[in-house]
Design a protein around this ligand. Structure first.
Ligand code: PRX
Length: 665
């Protein structure tokens, strides 16, 4: 049978098989996997529970310390916790030097694969050389311990080098995801008072090259704190270099000394800031420090992925610009001496099977991606997968949003060949490392559940009003013990840190911001955010951030944004927009508003749907009732609207939605 003949019938039977598999509630770890698993005895949970601080100390000891810590947790001033505070450590040393010194310099750290099929093998020895050079180059520019360095790069090896070079000298990196706009870069550099920014001449996406440096120039021209822009020459896109401020990455590396010993830093020395979205328009600068963070990411990466660094090839398909990339492309895997794939491109370029082609090429054994990507692959069809040999694969991971059971089963069957355990890992930018997850050699999985907390972590589901644990039904997810990789504060904003995470149930209970439930086996099922945060394709966005971009358009009077359930991206942005005066809502205006959001935040934040509204539903105190907007957008019957200042508003909106639906048919 040829491929084309096989496709429709093949897909149909697969569909039936998946339907039948939906009946299966639990999947035990495959015996062949358990036999060789790093952890296969559930006693590890009891051991960690009995002495959770001791458990983390044991994990910390797996790292290299210049000075071994004698202290575990300092909890004298909650919620400002300190871990291993008298230890001296360096993240770059742990990720690079240690492996070279152990004789593993020839081991590949990254198999980098470019969009147009180029490939580069970067060994640990290569990283060692490049990181030292760039660290010295940064020093030559005057960057010192404690300075903030922005990084705005695509998925090229230099992004890892730049992060590690900062870590080496104690500079704090502040990476901005390449999909964010130059305006967002400016905002993040400004609040963090970055002294230098490492960027690129241009970036490639699906066969096209877009200028990056040019855009950055326009955005940052009046930023006085930014003294240097380092430009990686990646595409030869046109870019002007400003004398005295801009330098080429390759030139400053060439001129720098070869050797740069890693700084002996305190365990609590800041490693990085990563801005993430919260309930208000201003992004939160989540601050992670060195010793505890590295302990958390290395331990979880080792045990959740059952990593055997000598034989595994690991691939996390995230972008380095998100926390998943920080923890599970750079710090976790490198601290463990893993060999990883790093891919520059999109999952459907040059063809829809490129991921699987690369899995075959590099014999990937451990694969970590997001549910939104799995759903896209399901849509494209199994024929794009079946062409490739995935027999090396032995474990699959999921992160970023709840995975629907159908996607879980498809992943399990089509990618994992029904022999690979799936680890559905729940965590956040704030938590630094994976928090709720199966241990693949121990925990039976249930499609859609992240199962149970990682050893040493204690989490619960509590009721909203009093914070009491609840056994049945939905409640708020909380973490009830400190953990080493937790955020230490919001950069320069301790008050907001306390207010956001530690005010609802006191300073010892971390409020996650997600709703969840626990089942009869104590398994956690994450439902989604309880705040005004939308999860688009696993990218976290605040509704307020999008609203403020929309109202910056001169013709817009007001806007309210909601996340609407979406088959492809999980949640899609839907914006209700009230226009100024007599302005008419036109298709042209829709495009202008979308473009405005693209410029202010990034293309991924553009609203999928814009609904023109004469007015928005508000309470008497002026608060927008988003719940009603969600209901009306989804065509649901409206509940009680009597608390609204003007109940007629909802009727008008209902009428609009009906008109919209009628014109679509
Ligand atoms: O709502 C949860 C969801 O993603 C949020 C964290 O987003 P961010 O900080 O951008 O980090 C994403 C990658 C770690 C959480 O509050 N989330 C993350 N993983 C899962 C998830 N929801 C359900 N299941 C998951 N496995």
């Amino acid at each position: 049978m040829t491929d084309t003949e096989a496709t429709p019938a093949g897909d149909e039977t697969l569909e039936q098989q998946l339907e039948e598999m939906l009946e299966i509630e639990t999947f035990d770890p495959p015996e062949s996997f358990v036999e060789h698993a790093l952890l296969s005895d559930s006693a590890v949970y009891e051991e960690a529970d009995a002495d959770w601080k001791g458990w983390w100390v044991k994990q910390a000891k797996e790292l290299h310390w210049f000075t071994e810590p004698t202290k575990d947790l300092n909890d004298s001033d909650p919620p400002f916790y300190k871990w291993f505070e008298d230890g001296k450590i360096n993240a770059s040393y742990n990720c690079v030097d240690r492996h070279v010194e152990a004789g593993n310099g020839d081991r590949v750290a990254f198999y980098w694969h470019g969009e147009e099929g180029e490939s580069r093998e970067i060994t640990y020895a290569d990283l060692h050389r490049d990181v030292q050079k760039f660290a010295n180059a940064l020093k030559d520019l005057g960057i010192e311990k404690g300075d903030v360095v922005g990084i705005y790069l695509p998925m090229i090896p230099e992004v890892a080098v730049a992060m590690l070079a900062c870590a080496r000298i104690g500079a704090i990196h502040n990476v901005v995801f390449g999909g964010f706009s130059a305006d967002s870069v400016k905002e993040r550099m400004e609040i963090a008072e970055a002294k230098a920014l490492v960027t690129v001449d241009g970036a490639r996406r699906k066969g096209k090259t877009a200028p990056v440096k040019q855009q950055v120039d326009k955005a940052v021209s009046d930023l006085d704190s930014l003294k240097h822009i380092v430009v990686v020459q990646a595409t030869n896109a046109d870019c002007e270099m400003q004398d005295g401020r801009d330098v080429w990455y390759h030139e400053i590396c060439d001129a720098a000394d070869d050797e740069c010993p890693a700084e002996e830093l305190e365990a609590e020395h800041p490693l990085y800031i990563l801005y993430s979205s919260g309930s208000t328009a201003a992004p939160k600068g989540i601050l992670h420090t060195t010793g505890g963070y590295l302990t958390g990411v290395a331990a979880t990466h080792r045990y959740v992925f059952d990593l055997k660094p000598e034989s595994d090839v690991y691939w996390c398909s995230a972008d380095v610009g998100w926390v998943t990339g920080h923890s599970y492309i750079v710090y976790g895997p490198l601290a463990n001496g893993a060999t990883s794939v790093m891919f520059e491109g999109a999952p459907d370029y040059p063809h829809k099977g490129i991921w699987w082609e690369l899995c075959e090429k590099y014999k990937v054994t451990l694969f970590y991606t997001a549910p939104t990507a799995i759903r896209a692959c399901m849509k494209w069809g199994v024929e794009h997968v079946e062409k490739f040999d995935l027999s090396a694969m032995r474990l699959l991971g999921s992160v970023g949003e709840p995975i629907n059971p159908k996607a879980w089963l498809w992943y399990y069957k089509v990618i994992g060949g029904e022999r690979c355990p799936i680890v559905d890992t729940w965590w956040q930018t704030e938590t630094g490392a994976i928090m709720i997850t199966p241990l693949p050699g121990i925990v039976s999985t249930k499609p859609g559940s992240a199962t149970r907390p990682f050893p040493g972590i204690e989490a619960d589901v509590v009721d909203e009003s009093e914070g009491k644990p609840i056994d049945e039904g939905q409640g708020l997810l909380v973490v009830t013990r400190p953990w080493p990789s937790m955020l230490r504060t919001l950069y320069k904003d301790d008050e907001r840190f306390i207010e956001t995470y530690f005010s609802k149930f006191g300073k010892e209970t971390y409020l996650v911001g997600d709703a969840a439930r626990k089942d009869e086996d104590g398994y956690f099922w994450i439902i989604g955010r309880i705040d005004d945060v939308v999860n688009v394709s696993g990218h976290r966005l605040s509704t307020a951030e999008v609203e403020s971009a929309i109202v910056s358009h001169g013709k817009v009077a007001e806007s309210a944004v909601i996340g609407q359930a979406d088959e492809d991206v999980g949640q899609a942005i839907c914006a209700f927009v009230t226009l100024e005066g007599e302005t008419e809502g036109t298709d042209e205006l829709v495009e202008e508003i979308r473009a405005r959001v693209g410029d202010r935040i990034g293309k991924f934040a553009r609203p999928k749907r814009i609904i023109w509204a004469d007015d928005l539903p508000k309470t008497r105190s002026g608060k927008i009732m988003r719940r009603l907007l969600r209901d009306v957008a989804e065509g649901k019957a409206l509940g009680d609207v009597t608390t609204l200042r003007d109940p007629d508003v909802m009727q008008q909106l209902e009428g609009k939605i009906k008109e919209e639906q009628a014109s679509e048919q």
